[in-house]
Ligand binder design. Structure first.
Ligand SMILES: [Zn+2]
Length: 106
């Protein structure tokens, strides 16, 4: 998603003004300003995309109580999940792999 980042336009305008003041051909300056604008917009958009915060968890009333035990198939670590936003949640990850569901405990 491309959002407005005023600093990108400011820098592109600065490139344009500096180019004109330096006596460069107008067409060159326009192209340089456009290229600067597009490249910076892409870069800034990617950086802000990385920085998006994780969405808030749903309020406690909307969480389902679950009792699921997962085991890491690589190191053997076990964890118990006690609440989830859905009845059949995605397994957590450990050692960068999805954990195995051991047994739902009722
Ligand atoms: Zn593990």
């Amino acid at each position: 998603m491309i959002r407005k980042h005023p600093i990108v336009a400011v820098i592109a305008v600065a490139v344009f003004v500096i180019g004109l003041v330096a006596g460069r051909p107008v067409l060159d300056v326009v192209i340089a300003a456009l290229v600067t604008y597009v490249l910076l917009l892409i870069g800034v958009t990617m950086l802000f995309g990385l920085g998006q915060p994780v969405p808030d968890p749903p309020p406690p009333g909307e969480l389902r109580k679950v009792r699921l035990t997962y085991r890491c198939s690589i190191c053997g670590t076990e964890v118990r999940m006690t609440a989830a936003s859905e009845e059949d949640p995605e397994p957590p990850r450990h050692c960068q792999e999805d954990m195995d569901l051991v047994a739902p405990i009722d």
